[in-house]
Design a protein around this ligand. Structure first.
Ligand code: PBG
Ligand code: ZN
Length: 340
């Protein structure tokens, strides 16, 4: 029997023999350039200005909107399981909280600044990212300050957004992440951070390649941030715009971004891979957005696939494309599913 086996392997073509290389689970894990670990995950949190609020978001299965008084109880078990980072979105609900300038965005008593302080105090090892935008706080729901004709006033918007970023950094955010897509905001924020003497201790994460489209609906339900007229197509990128995304990525690297983000994730894997190539010396983040998450839940509920299997498969695809950071609504579940 041993001579037969030897003669087959010597005379046959052995270049086709791949199975041996991934027959064992550990050997399969070696095939990936990057393994998903807990430290790659950032968990989005919606924080309302109603201190005792704890309400399920209907279009975002299993996700809640919390008031300040509910945050610590919710996060304590997650931190114990290895949660490393959260990204905060403020949700002003109080009547009259919104105006044309998004004044509430950097209200020192508002939910974002208050929760940055609370989380820094309560969870000293938790990395706090603050999303920076005006759409949750403006009466018109757009991501900046508007001209009379309804178009964005880019320079007023950049002034305002960089002030908001500074307020979050001053309150103790480890990272500020502008998601507004106004031109030149990365440079403006970096300059203000330098001027204030805190540029060396704040990560500037740019939503550099953020595409417009239909995948943000559940987020806008959760945050109450749908535009009251028009859409975001004049500032978020057109879905076919790969070259434009590359220009935005290069621009934001040159303006001082420390991390480049691509969003949504699974529909834009080529852009993630472009970001990795253009920003090969930077971490690349990918945001698996609300619509992607809701879609996976809906399909799992319809019996198309198993939820956990697709949570892994979609996230592994995002890593394979080149991401080193994943912003994911599945984070609490991954903390249970992953061992490191
Ligand atoms: C706000 C913002 C949005 C998201 C992150 N920051 C919504 C939007 O641009 O309308 C989307 C996140 C998600 O859908 O999960 N500028
Ligand atoms: Zn916005």
């Amino acid at each position: 029997a041993s001579t037969a086996a030897t003669s087959v392997s010597i005379s046959g073509d052995i270049s086709s023999q791949l199975h041996g290389g991934y027959s064992h689970p550990l050997a399969r894990s070696w095939q990936a350039e990057r393994q998903l670990t807990k430290s790659m995950l950032i968990y989005p949190l919606f924080i309302s200005d109603q201190p005792d609020e704890e309400s399920l978001i209907p279009s975002l299965p299993g996700q809640y909107r919390f008031g300040l008084n509910r945050l610590v109880d919710f996060l304590t078990p997650l931190v114990a399981k290895g949660l490393k980072s959260v990204i905060l979105f403020g949700v002003p609900i109080a009547p009259g909280a919104k105006d044309a300038l998004g004044t509430a965005a950097d209200d020192p008593q508002g939910p974002v600044i208050q929760s940055i302080r609370l989380l820094r105090r309560t969870f000293p090892d938790l990395f706090i990212v603050a999303d920076v935008c005006l759409c949750e706080y403006t009466s018109h729901g757009h991501c900046g300050i508007l001209r009379d004709d309804g178009s964005l006033n880019n320079s007023l918007s950049v002034d305002r957004i960089s002030d908001v970023a500074m307020a979050y950094a001053d309150a103790g955010a480890h990272c500020v992440a502008p998601s507004d897509m106004n031109d030149g905001r990365i440079r403006a924020i970096k300059l203000k951070l330098i001027e204030a003497g805190i540029a060396h201790q704040v990560v500037l994460m740019s939503y550099a390649a953020k595409f417009s489209g239909c995948l943000y609906g559940p987020f806008r339900d959760a945050a109450g941030s749908s535009p009251s007229f028009g859409d975001r197509r004049c500032y978020q990128l057109p879905p076919g715009g790969r070259g434009l995304a590359r220009r935005a990525i290069v621009r934001d690297i040159n303006e001082g971004a420390d991390v480049i983000m691509v969003k949504p994730a699974s529909q834009y894997l080529d852009i993630i891979s472009d970001a990795k190539e253009l920003g090969k010396d930077l971490p690349v983040a990918a945001y698996q957005v609300s619509g992607e998450y809701a879609m996976i839940h809906a399909a799992a509920k319809a019996g198309v696939f198993d939820l956990k299997a697709m949570a892994f498969e979609s996230t592994e695809g995002i890593l394979r494309a080149g991401a080193t950071i994943v912003i994911s609504y599945f984070t609490p579940e991954f903390l249970d599913w992953l061992s490191n």
